[in-house]
Design a protein around this ligand. Structure first.
Ligand SMILES: [Zn+2]
Length: 210
């Protein structure tokens, strides 16, 4: 259930985290909640890291092209300066902010705001992607979304990097990553054994094995 329904008669703020792998619909879910808050005549503000320049500079744009205007900020403390009268604050790509995001978000919630942070919970090695784990710990509500594994069709919890390089912040979603389940995910993709070679039909073939 959407947290705002549970909280609607209360004056306290709270924190919601929307996490998951790439292509799991995190930004779409953030936008959906923000649009509903706007319909409810609440003042909403959305922020994203200034470094996320994959799409438009001033908009949060998800892979399915839903658009909602947002403000790029270079540090979490800037969010405090820019949220004077907003009651609902959205933050996209939370994993690209430093750990001070936790204190900023906590301060906003203490001040009576509803704060919704979307972000990757794991990096391309499958390791927790700070500060998302810390935000999940202090949040009242955590929603974990899954993509679909492109190899076997199972729910995907991992973002498989398809290119080489060891930088954690590699951007450029569609061509550099694909969603994979735990079994199909590999931190050494060059050593992958194709699924067919071990006798597993890809589930994306509709009638495979049925
Ligand atoms: Zn899989």
């Amino acid at each position: 259930m959407e947290p705002t329904i549970l909280h609607n008669s209360s004056n306290t703020g709270w924190i919601e985290v929307i996490c998951g792998s790439m292509f799991s619909g995190k930004t779409e879910e953030l936008i959906r909640r923000m649009k509903r808050a706007r319909i409810a005549k609440q003042r909403v503000e959305i922020f994203k890291p200034a470094m996320d320049t994959r799409y438009d500079d001033a908009d949060v744009v998800s892979h399915d092209e839903s658009v909602i205007t947002s403000t790029p900020v270079s540090s979490p403390s800037q969010i405090l300066l820019l949220t004077s009268d907003a009651t609902v604050i959205g933050i996209d790509e939370g994993q690209f902010f430093d750990e001070t995001l936790v204190e900023v978000v906590t301060q906003l919630a203490r001040d009576g705001r509803r704060v919704i942070v979307a972000g990757l919970d794991q990096d391309y090695l499958g390791q927790p992607f700070e500060p998302m784990p810390q935000l999940m710990a202090v949040a009242e509500y955590v929603t974990k979304l899954h993509a679909i594994c492109v190899i076997c069709g199972a729910p995907a919890n991992h973002s498989q990097r398809l290119t080489s390089g060891d930088t954690r912040l590699l951007l450029g979603a569609t061509e550099s990553y694909e969603p994979r389940c735990r079994r199909c995910f590999s931190i050494h993709p060059e050593a992958d054994i194709p699924h067919d070679a071990v006798g597993n039909e890809p589930a994306r073939t509709p009638d495979a094995g049925m």
